[in-house]
Design a protein around this ligand. Sequence first.
Ligand code: PEP
Ligand code: MG
Length: 898
Amino acid sequence: MKYVYNFGDGKADGKADMKNLLGGKGANLAEMNLLNIPVPPGFTLTTEVCTEYYKSDKTFPESLNQEAKDSLSIVENIMGAKFGDESNPLLLSVRSGARQSMPGMMETVLNVGLTSKTIPGLITKTNNPRFVYDAYRRLITMYADVVMEKAGEIEPKEGEGIRQKLEHHLTSYKKKHSLQNDTDLSEDDWIIIINVFKKEIKVTLGKDFPDDHYSQLWGGIEAVFKSWNGGRAISYRKIENIPEEWGTAVNVQTMVFGNTGEESATGVAFTRNPATGENKFFGEWLTNAQGEDVVAGLRTPNPLNKDTKTEGTKELPSLEESMPSIYNELYDIRTRLEKHYSDMQDIEFTIQDGKLWMLQTRSGKRTGVAAIKIAVDMVNEKMIDKKTGLMRVNPNQLDELLHPMLDTESEHKATILARGLPAGPGGAKGKAVFTADDAELWHSKGEKVILIREETSPEDVHGMHAAEAILTARGGMTSHAALVARGWGKCCIVGCNELNISTVEKEVRVGDTVIKEGEWITLNGTLGNVYMGQLNLIPSDPDTNLEYKKLMEWADETRKLKIRTNAESPDDAKQAIKFGAEGIGLCRTEHMFFDDTRILAMRKMILAENENDRRSAVMGLLPFQKEDFKGILKTMEGKPVTIRLLDPPLHEFITLNEEQINELASSLGIDRTIVVQRINSLHELNPMLGHRGCRLGIAYPEITEMQARAILEATAELTKEGINILPEIMIPLVGTVTEYTNQESIIRKVAEDIEKQYSLTLKYLVGTMIELPRACLTADEIAQHAEFFSFGTNDLTQTTYGFSRDDIGSFLPDYLDRNILSEDPFQSLDVNGVGKLVSMAVKLGRDINSSLKIGICGEHGGDPNSIHFCKNNGLDYVSCSPYRVPIARLSAAQAELT
Ligand code: PEP
Ligand code: MG
């Protein structure tokens, strides 16, 4: 097996489509070589090395050492320099590169190969001792942190890691000698600091920093492979659903330096604006710096070109102005890369002594707004076809367009507390918290929080994920916080310099204003404004976004699945129609009973001793229900509306306090002890498996009768008004065909009465939820009677797994941590288990009745993966909450295209 792939000098063993083996970075470095784009030569150790390493108890395959040696000599030949050589040393970088980019989640070691033997040679070669010692201290810091501490599995106490200790020495040294920036330190300063660093490493880690180039290289390689299983990488993989078995590749590459002087620079750029999608080359750069300086946000970076300067950066020099010919070369590469990959690229470059080198290209992370604009623009520019355009937008990203924005009026009235860079669009409000752990903790208690940090690091991802928004004092548009937030479509402001944050005091000061932990703040991530307190948020109106409308038009042309919504009020229904819903797939009627005026009648009905009393209580609800249904049916004119008969366990209606018991007793004219007795007799140990669903209508047929009457009288009256009404009456929790026919006959009888009463023929369907395994197994019997099936995958998941849908939270985190389940089956359909029942029921049902209408109305109806399953299994529609309708529309289109 080949474990090492070379690239350099216009040649490469790999290419772009070998991401699984070479990782994204390695595959694209190879591809750029093939495109004759200047890339520092190097080689990639494949993801298979990673898998082998973990399989064989953290040892490398035998042939790896020799392969790597051979590859290294190819690189040495291209560069005319030798690794570890005394007079002409080659320095290397060691970087991770998984199939899918995991920004900052794994480790990197730069400047590998600097030793007491090679340093003098490099000084003679570069004639720049300051630069060499600066590079050496960077190597020492990274190596001690990444290889000796992290990969050595040493777990220091919070704030006492080796990196922090070394940085602390550097800061005290600078303070003592009144030096502001790292660039103010001379060669002699660095020599002193290097000695302090080495002593600290020996004391803290009990080992010397290695002075042998090969030890450095293999230490670095192993540490990067180990970082695949580091805490950060694992949390990120969970959030992004990246399988553990993928592994990472490792890229060993010739070092190029952006910090050899003023003719050198480094930068990060996007071929189009990643926040808005605008077709403008967008990026940031720094002179005399190494790449980490741009991303870490330690210095405020300069804008790439005149075009993308903002109010805050207009005075800063752009690359376009400072190094015009290099800018032109970079611009040309931008155009070639975008054309070649036909997608927006995120690129990293370094300029060493006036020569441009490309260090990376990858498909750029972007906000949802940008994803839509780029996809639609590229179709219009004929760079990609419509099908590719549709596939380019992750349906969940649409969520961002549907997210709230700050209400401009309340924003005009408010005073801006501070301004930063608008890194992630939209508005958000939350309580201030200052550590990622606090963000997670508060969020778990149901609080909305905004995470405020000096800058974020990959260690903060869990808190960033839990927060409504992220606010940082430092960093640019390509800083860690900005990249991660944009990837998630989260509101984010970075580089807000006015913030004076104290993590110890848990407060932030802006001038004289202090915001303490737990106080509300509001962010406008589109403008970069920070406000005290809570401002109004208004739901966004995606209809004003023309590219979104275009994309949705293409999605609608492509998809065959219909999209309905779960809604129980005319307002929800209107919202859903605005988002493109083509009907209601589930109108749950139980919430209609909780209104003050109705609940009493309901309770009377439940506690009634005989049919007469029960009937009169239930019929008291008829006028209310009829109005409810009229409202919804009218709103949905011309579109099908599935109304489900009463479903929940009765105890939900009779969980009463003392006062309510007394009130009920007096209105029933009975003694309170009888009420208490009756309530106790209805107590169930397992209400979810108890007296609910069609079992209610069977025990109390008056309920079914009243609801059928309310629906069909509403239908008759609206029909008389000339409105086209399409009700579908749905019987819940059917497990036997006899349950179904029992309820169906009540409905049909009511319908006959009403047809006579109103002298018309009603247009309506009767069907059932399929939400119990037995209903799936006997779907053929049920289909002989039912006119439609709607899969209630919430209950079907509950009853198939035997997991209580309300209590899964107590053990699900353990299941996910231990990989017993890869995801929550209540969120994404368990295709292998629950899905098998669904497929079986569809087949059994359609074999009996080929025109049986089939949909899904469990939560899975709004989940992109589950929607693919529904399409593949021949369902007619999916039904989801109004805000997920656009997501379902796009997912359904994508399901047709894959
Ligand atoms: C279901 O069980 O999937 C369903 C839609 O019904 P409910 O969630 O109301 O039980
Ligand atoms: Mg259900």
